[in-house]
Design a protein around this ligand. Sequence first.
Ligand SMILES: Cc1cc2nc3c(=O)[nH]c(=O)nc-3n(C[C@H](O)[C@H](O)[C@H](O)COP(=O)(O)OP(=O)(O)OC[C@H]3O[C@@H](n4cnc5c(N)ncnc54)[C@H](O)[C@@H]3O)c2cc1C
Length: 500
Amino acid sequence: MAQSIWLTNNIKSFDSLNESLETDVTIVGGGITGILSAYLLSENGVQVVLLERGRLLHGTTGHTTAKVTAQHGLIYNELMEHFGLENTQKYYQSQVEAIQFIKRMTEQYQIACQFDQQDAILYTNSDQNYKKLEDEANAYQKLNISADLMKEIPFEIPHKAALTMRQQAQFHPTDFLKVIIDKIIENGGKIYENTTAVDIDYQNKVTLRTARNHNVLSDNVIVATQFPFYEGQAFYSTRMYPSRSYVIGLTSNRDYPGGMYLDVDQPKRSIRYVKQKDETIWLLGGESHKTGQYKKENTNPYRDLQSFGSQYLDVKDWHYKWSTQDYTTLDKLPYIGSLNKRHPNVYVATGFRKWGMTNSVVAAHLLTDLIMNRDNPYKELYKPQRFHADPDVKKFISYNSNVTKELVKGKLSVNNKHEHLEPKTATKTNHNGQTIGIYKDERHQLHAVDTTCTHLGCECNWNHADKSWDCPCHGSRFSYDGTIIEGPATKHLKKFDLEN
Ligand SMILES: Cc1cc2nc3c(=O)[nH]c(=O)nc-3n(C[C@H](O)[C@H](O)[C@H](O)COP(=O)(O)OP(=O)(O)OC[C@H]3O[C@@H](n4cnc5c(N)ncnc54)[C@H](O)[C@@H]3O)c2cc1C
């Protein structure tokens, strides 16, 4: 089933905004970050309005793998080298507090969301990464993280070593957040779906304009849209890149052995389980790549994940498949705080590097404290205006100069032969000097769009696996008929009429 397991429950729906409003804080983005921020502020008596472009929880949050852990891949040794022990301790501590918060909420509101303590395990089969795993284990020791470096994992997946972080957790994110949404409403918060924020006008107060030309006037705005829909000359486009990954849900003939796994070699594999009715669904994730950029034509990440599953996980049946994306910042730490000096009352929370179940909690607390003029120990660490000299910046710059290359490359490499297009495939063609993307649907109907991304003008590429036009620069994605699916773009791709 081409659907996320997290979106099979009934999530309450809300009307779109059809009038102008005034409130204390406007929150844009109905994922975990926006929802938790709205919850915490409304718990503190602050009036909130939450705006969501589509449906609540249908962004990355509804497509995550929802491990609730402070084990964020191989990161602590690297953070210690770049930011020192104290800052790394702060990062770890903020994530631990986030896990405790989710646990506390599930207990306080008795949320049936399968919150379940599990060990998080990194494993490797390469000598080079074995050394990195040892370095990471040493970093854990310095940070007093309860951990074990082991030789075995309970799978027949080739491996040489594994590093366990004890007592982490997993949960069902939308079952959890459905209850939090109810609390926002109980606290007097207002939620609007199918309402796209398109612009911000910054005077004494902040006026946020929606695509249907309604204004929301407030003292503060939180932009929780992953890539900020409004950049306010803060150059987030040059400071983050989007990466996409794929997940499949399967049943196995084996009992699930417990634990949440992440391969540190390439291609990465992530494994956890979730209960659904009487079945244990194993979630197998991986096949990450920069959004809109593919190493080979017709690449099929789902097929590659399935072949890994068939080889190592004793698959009984395939159930779900989905994909989603998240952003990584220049120094791998999230950006949480004021957009920039010129916009102190406009806040962002982004760059969670695929670890947003805890980072969103950190963000919601930090932004609530900033808005309520309270101190927060993590303010400086996550401040978007920081600049940390990081050796990886060089790699990042080459990643991002790739944005310019993609812009030019995309405009040149077009294929003029769409006559022989197979159903459910797409190609690009040149029409009167303009690049047009053409998709042939299962009824042989052609759909033509201008493949120039409406965000900053990069050239979108066809995503064979998900049947979408994906922007390789900042991660905007559009369906085959040009409708926005996700990312920073606020306008659909231009459509063309073709003689079918
Ligand atoms: C494959 C994958 C697996 C992951 N697994 C894990 C994991 O196991 N553990 C973990 O901690 N993290 C994981 N993550 C990361 C985590 O899922 C994300 O960091 C988190 O869900 C981001 O939440 P968010 O609320 O910031 O963004 P989203 O959930 O994407 O919400 C943003 C919302 O903003 C809306 N929006 C966008 N633009 C506008 C606009 N202009 N106006 C109004 N609304 C707008 C969107 O429609 C969307 O609903 C994973 C990420 C990926 C890609």
